[in-house]
Write a protein that binds this ligand. Structure first.
Ligand code: C2E
Ligand code: MG
Ligand code: MG
Ligand code: MG
Length: 284
């Protein structure tokens, strides 16, 4: 009896697993060539300075509108792209397109050129081509290197510190800035900041979300800001959804903020019209 149940159980799980595997395989096949079919597009989420609430840069985020399946969340397809190695093809295309886009943006209301922040996956970090891809994107687009920021996840960098440090040094020599994304989630954080040459950290939105309710998250956020500043590192908070969060962060000296309270990810014309409106975060 038990054996039979076990067998059924196995069959049940294996069928459920088949579905998940099939679904991923299907997505992978569909993702191949999606760029060429124009199903992928870039959106830009504005990043504001707390001090004067001025729009000073934007993060590029990839979107996939599948003709049948509809909008597929990045959390799903980026993972598929990462696991299948497709990210090694997509990553450089995003980088190049983002640089070309940023090159065309007008200056903000106080005459500054915006930076463009591009997510780099752990696979791209490891395949040995990143420096060359960055250099050819800059050359091809004519964008000044200092306007390009690369977002690497804390865990990818900490995972292979030797490789990361030498690569980050080369990227710095090329003139680009490097930020650690989703900072604080890896728990390796503060002590590693001394060893890894980064220009900024992006405090993960899970900390920002709970800051008002959770004293530990507030304390950690405060500590990250103080520590980063002591090391001369810029601090960005992502996922700012409420004014109260914005206030807490700016009181603590957080340099830059990004989140739905300030602005949603926009298409290129949307970003340009925000710049033309005066590039200030809405005062509500
Ligand atoms: P991320 O780099 O941490 O990007 C921030 C994510 O937070 C984005 O999700 C953004 O839309 C979302 N977000 C921004 N403000 C708020 C807010 O106030 N509240 C909430 N709840 N969410 C907010 P998205 O676009 O779904 O992207 C998810 C992740 O997918 C990104 O996380 C990034 O790791 C990855 N990703 C997106 N585009 C690319 C890409 O071109 N290349 C690579 N390698 N990864 C990408
Ligand atoms: Mg990011
Ligand atoms: Mg992040
Ligand atoms: Mg994240």
């Amino acid at each position: 009896q038990a054996k039979l149940a076990g067998k059924n159980c196995f069959r049940y799980y294996s069928r459920a697993m088949d579905h998940a595997v099939e679904r991923r395989l299907h997505l992978e096949q569909e993702l191949r060539g999606a760029w060429e079919r124009n199903e992928l597009r870039l959106v830009y989420q504005p990043i504001f300075r707390t001090r004067d609430r001025m729009l000073c840069g934007a993060e590029v985020l990839l979107r996939w509108d599948h003709p049948v399946l509809g909008a597929i969340p990045p959390s799903l397809f980026i993972d598929v792209a990462e696991q299948s190695g497709l990210i090694q093809v997509l990553g450089p295309k995003v980088l190049r397109a983002a640089c070309e886009q940023a090159k065309r943006w007008p200056r903000n209301a106080i005459g500054e050129e915006l930076f463009i922040s591009v997510n780099v996956s752990p696979k791209q970090l490891r395949n040995g081509n990143l420096l060359q891809e960055v250099e050819s994107s800059l050359l091809g687009s004519g964008l000044a290197a200092s306007r390009l920021h690369l977002e690497l996840t804390e865990t990818a960098v900490i995972g292979d510190e030797m490789l990361a440090v030498s690569l980050l040094e080369k990227l710095h020599r090329a003139g680009v800035r490097v930020w650690l994304d989703d900072f604080g989630t890896g728990f390796s954080g503060l002590s590693h900041l001394r060893q890894v040459p980064v220009d900024g950290v992006k405090i993960d939105r899970s900390f920002v979300a709970d800051m008002e309710r959770d004293a530990d998250d507030l304390a950690l956020t405060t500590a990250i800001i103080a520590m980063a500043h002591a090391l001369g590192i810029t601090v960005v908070a992502e996922g700012v959804e409420q004014e109260a969060q914005f206030e807490l962060l700016s009181q603590r000296g957080c340099d830059l903020v990004q989140g739905y309270w300030l602005a949603r990810p926009l298409d290129a014309p949307g970003l340009v019209s925000l710049l033309e409106q005066g590039s200030m975060a809405a005062l509500r």
